[in-house]
Design a protein around this ligand. Sequence first.
Ligand code: AHR
Length: 495
Amino acid sequence: MNHIIVNGKVSKGTINKNIYGQFTEHLGRCVYEGIYVKDEDNIPNVNGIRSDVLGALKNIEVPLVRWPGGCFADTYHWKDGIGPKKDRKTIVNTNWGGVTEDNSFGTHEFMEFASQLGCDVYLSGNVGSGTVQELSDWIEYCNMGGISPMANLRRENGREEPWNVKYWGIGNEAWGCGGNMSAEYYSDEARKFATYMRNYDNEHPIYKIASGSNGPDFNWTKTVCERAGHMIDAITFHYYTVTYDWNNKGKATGFTKDEYYRLLHNTLNIENMINNHSNIIKQYETKDHKIGLIIDEWGTWFDVEDGTNPGFLYQQNSIRDAVLAGINLNIFNNHCDTVVMTNIAQMINVLQAMILTDGDKMVLTPTYHVYDLYKKHMNANHLESYVDADILNDQEELKVPRLNVSASCKDGKALVTVVNLSESEMADVDVILSGLKASSVSGRCVTGDMGDYNSFEKPDVVGIRSIDAAVAEDGCSFKASLPKNSVCAFEVVLK
Ligand code: AHR
């Protein structure tokens, strides 16, 4: 029997709903086809936003979406994407497949999508090839309520009220596709850009997000916090999980058992990243000025599916992705005292997607179902939890813990999410509720063979199913048997 302890007396605070944020870039078929369709596509939509995709995203209660990139953001000039569509300039998407971007999906269309979805937005500003004036103007365009050149332009384009966009990124991957800058140079740029990123409404102050490091580049975080920390609200880092390395990312399906464990072993390293970046950030915080940690790109990155454009980053999504998502989300929940937002890459048709589309067909991925299982963690009070179980595998690069957990509490109910990482063995668990008393428990999980996935031909191979769980007579614990390769969520009604 494995044991899990949920400690009702120790919490790291509220789990920010934005930990469940998403990312959409003008990349491959994420925006065009994925979110936004044209009349001639004959796909049901409202103002161009696909109705099937929107309905699915509403179900997982997406709290926030980052847009327009990614690398695309540092080539994007927002004024190309406003005004009558026939007059919009076309550009070449030089980062992603060299395709022509007609700018038919711009600021108004993205805000329409967010409004239909009922979520917040996070706009990434162009620092690499843009100007301070351009980003400053975009903020004025979105947020100025009174009379001003940009507010007037917004009205001419049909939008009277400001959108009051809170989250603004100061570039993306400034160390790479966002300008190949040194940490020192970027820090100065960030200070300069941040100076002209104004508040237009004191009731809706903006939140400035500095472009962070590539995974373990801790010197980047230190330098930016030291030089520009007083002018930003948060700093990011990106962490993608590949099977071997960037030259051998591995396959999304048809992988071996060793590759299954290797990928999970690699993803667990994100916890070290969070700890190290957080420790650095803390040194530059003051009582009155906190700096949040944001992981605005994370997830699996595999070789693209055969026959697809290599620049479109289209990959399938299996039970292994679900297990990986469950682990990462548990880790983020357990670091909610420093991690204020994350954005899985990317929402539709790109990398570790929630949804795949093909013409008018749509498939929900195993990862989507994990977001569904975890959604009640959003804005809940985190509860400390501990696992008492063994480590799987002897070979160092395949070692993973058997179980991974996080817990939270809201409205008289606790949510305990547990991942069973074993590819072949179910796990009996006794979940001890310390300082809590349960009256009932219900369990649901995503499970299957490690390589199972949903295709357009067979869209329901992986879904959510219920599993048995039983509360002990004294209400102080519950027992369940977790299937192999499973992500399980137990909702506990508290006395
Ligand atoms: O998500 C795909 C790309 O990965 C993003 O454009 C970039 O920021 C990162 O390198």
